[in-house]
Design a protein around this ligand. Structure first.
Ligand SMILES: Nc1ncnc2c1ncn2[C@@H]1O[C@H](COP(=O)(O)OP(=O)(O)OP(=O)(O)O)[C@@H](O)[C@H]1O
Length: 554
């Protein structure tokens, strides 16, 4: 027995006979030999457990086989163990607090995939209550379809940390990172899962996207307001139709694709092209405009593509760069694209597809980086059907179509346009003209076959010609040369109501006949078409096109 007792080395052991003689003491007990007399005396008196004043140990005694066995537990060791136990407990509490207050969800499973801990965030994120999960096997939860896959089980299977996206039958989607915790032998004891709410992330992402969209919209609206309020840019758009056009143009400006602008003469096609260019990333490079209908076929090709030296009679000695080259990095505006000859359409298509041109008489292709915006007042789809416009080119140009409605279909723009042009004239000439209500009525009720250009010309002309500060209906009647012929009554009811009584002949035919007459009369009085166009305040290209249309020769 003493042999056995001598093996005890964490606690002191003393064996006494009934008389108090020491029969055995181990090495730890001997450290307390100084106190033996008091210990023996107290033990013989029958005390079973005692800790006397100044004792550095706790003593307990038992009587067995006529012997007293006294255990001496050194107090410092006791204190140390108690302290360790306390600090372990507080560490455990702290850890629990950290886990439980974490914003991320935390789930701990044991080495068999049974959930042993789950923090409140996990419940909040997933909607799975703690009481329903603790003690549950993840395998079962998988089988029941509560979760589609378990990260803990995957980590246990693969013996390493893993991250998965998990779907929960409550509708939540979470990102789970499972990290195995190993014992000193390297075996997995637990798996700690860190859980992030992807539903929230997804929602946030969607919210950010929405905000970005709103931002873009506000930005576009601001641009729109700027366009309308800046007198230098001066693009008037009060009608919903025109606001839509502007909105579309501003959006299209951000994309570097082909744009086809359709609309009658004078509706503002060129203005829209300028707007697109001004808002595109090409804005610091040239915007080159060319009217395909105003340049003779023979010249159009060399204007666009340029030529090498000596390629034809009259060609410049050194050769010449064409407009495609001049517009490099910028925008080229091909107005009246419907007038482009078929053979040139083929060459244009090649430029759009291959981004390079070859000068007339040249062999080396020259790379060009340009955006092509085309415009026409003709129905290109009909031309395609009739075989006068190439279908492939049509689709290439018409990636984004913008249609500008005629002025008569957006009457809300008429008064703002009148004031816009009138203010310009008043400022330029230091005058202060205004229109009477009757005159404004007449403007509103007029059909504007020449669209905004015609309105601009008439406003400027009557403002300059009128002798009175207030421009009345009479001033208008003198200036609107169509009126007598069409027998329109300018004096009409309130703004918005019909003021005219057209005769039976089709309006379009009569207007065209009149327009042809005006052009004929005017060009006879001027030495050149350019000067006649200046006097009529129309682009030279428009005048040439109209002369062609009405078969008028100078
Ligand atoms: N919305 C607008 N706001 C201010 N001015 C405008 C507007 N629309 C057109 N204009 C003016 O009207 C005139 C004709 O416009 P523009 O040259 O852009 O028309 P277009 O459709 O290109 O004509 P065409 O087909 O005959 O070349 C220009 O002086 C232009 O400044």
């Amino acid at each position: 027995m003493h042999n056995l007792l001598s093996k005890i080395n964490i606690i002191g052991v003393l064996v006494l006979n009934k008389q108090g003689d020491i029969l055995f003491s181990n090495s730890i007990a001997q450290k307390f030999s100084y106190y033996f007399d008091t210990m023996i005396e107290t033990t013989l008196r029958g005390a079973q457990s005692f800790c006397l004043l100044n004792y550095p140990a706790e003593v307990s005694a038992l009587f067995h086989n006529n012997q007293f066995i006294v255990f001496i537990n050194p107090i410092d060791q006791l204190l140390r163990l108690t302290k360790e136990k306390d600090s372990l407990q507080s560490l455990r509490n702290e850890l629990n607090e950290v886990i439980n207050s974490s914003f991320d969800g935390i789930v701990i499973s044991d080495h068999e995939g049974v959930i042993i801990h789950q923090n409140p965030s996990y419940e909040k994120i997933t909607g799975l209550s703690t009481k329903d999960c603790i003690g549950r096997s993840l395998k079962e939860l998988e089988e029941e379809g509560v979760i589609d896959a378990s990260a803990s089980l995957k980590a246990l299977r693969e013996d390493k940390a893993v991250t998965i996206i998990q779907k929960i039958n409550t509708g939540a989607t979470i990102l789970v990172s499972a990290v195995p915790i190993r014992n000193k032998d390297g075996e997995i004891e637990k798996v700690v899962n860190n859980v992030r709410d992807l539903t929230q992330l997804n929602l946030l992402e969607a919210e950010i996207k929405q905000l970005e969209q709103k931002n873009k919209q506000i930005h576009q609206e601001l641009e729109l307001l700027k366009e309308q309020s800046d007198p230098k840019l001066s693009l008037i758009a009060h009608s919903d139709m025109m606001k839509d056009v502007l909105d579309r143009a501003l959006r299209v400006a951000q994309i570097d694709s082909g744009v086809l602008i359709q609309g009658a003469s004078g509706v503002g096609k060129e203005k829209i092209v300028e707007l697109i260019h001004r808002h595109s990333f090409r804005k610091d490079h040239p915007l080159i405009k060319i009217n395909c209908g105003a340049i003779p076929e023979s010249l159009l090709e060399s204007e666009l593509f340029g030529y090498e030296s000596g390629s034809f009679t009259g060609a410049h000695k050194k050769g010449k760069a064409g407009l495609f080259e001049a517009a490099n990095h910028g925008t080229i505006f091909l107005d009246e694209i419907g007038e482009m000859p078929l053979q040139l359409q083929v060459r244009l298509l090649r430029v759009l597809q291959e981004h390079e041109i070859t000068r007339i008489g040249g062999t080396t292709p020259i790379p060009v980086d340009i955006r092509v915006i085309a415009a026409t007042h003709r129905d290109l789809s009909k031309m395609v059907a009739g075989g006068t416009f190439r279908e492939d080119l049509y689709y290439r140009l018409n990636i984004i179509p913008i249609e500008i409605p005629p002025l008569k279909e957006r009457k809300e723009d008429i008064i703002p346009l009148i004031y816009h042009f009138l203010n310009g004239i008043n400022q330029r000439y230091g005058i202060n003209r205004k229109f009477s209500n009757e005159a404004l009525n007449a403007f509103i009720n007029y059909d504007w076959p020449g669209n905004v250009r015609e309105l601009q010309n008439i406003v400027e002309r009557v403002a300059l010609m009128s002798l009175n500060p207030e421009i009345g209906i009479d001033d208008l009647q003198n200036e609107l040369r169509f009126q007598d012929d069409l027998k329109f009554s300018m004096k009409g009811p309130a703004i918005g109501a019909s003021a005219y009584q057209p005769n039976a002949a089709p309006l379009k035919d009569r207007l065209e006949a009149f327009e042809a007459q005006i052009i004929k009369d005017t060009i006879q009085n001027f030495p050149s078409i350019r000067k006649a166009a200046l006097a009529m305040k129309v682009d030279q290209s428009t005048l040439v096109r109209k002369m062609k249309k009405y078969n008028i020769e100078k």
